[in-house]
Ligand binder design. Structure first.
Ligand SMILES: [Fe+2]
Length: 130
């Protein structure tokens, strides 16, 4: 059984997919089950920092990846940053390329709450939720 907004990766070809509508079937790519990328929220074991850091200025929210800026090199970079409203109805996502800053800004009602997530091409999926 999959879950809405879960992210899966094919460890053979590198396909990464997101579940829009959960089902009971197993996700398979290249004839092998896809790996569920579980959300991590503590990066004590890594030198680079991955947990999204959220700041607010007036009606603008900024999400940065890591308390120390994450590398953005061709071999190791943040693939996307996203914000999901607490009710799960709205997602804002920014896709990134190597050499761009691992940062996303967006406007939001200041009292609206959301969770930030990001995907590192080496170290996986990270969330601001504990
Ligand atoms: Fe990383």
């Amino acid at each position: 059984m999959t879950e809405k907004m879960a992210i899966y990766k094919c460890n053979v070809c590198g396909n990464i997919v997101e579940v829009i509508n959960p089902g009971v079937g197993e996700l398979v790519c290249c004839n092998v089950p896809m790996e569920l990328l579980s959300e991590k929220s503590s990066d004590e074991e890594f030198q680079e920092k991955h947990v999204p850091v959220i700041s607010t200025e007036n009606d603008t929210k900024t999400i940065r990846v890591g308390s120390i800026p994450h590398p953005m090199e061709k071999e190791h970079y943040i693939m996307f940053i996203e914000a999901i409203s607490k009710d799960g109805k709205y997602i804002t996502r920014k896709y990134l390329n190597p050499h761009e800053e691992a940062k996303m800004e967006f406007k939001i009602n200041p009292q609206d709450e959301f969770t930030a997530r990001e995907l590192c091409n080496i170290h996986g999926f990270w969330s601001s939720e504990k």
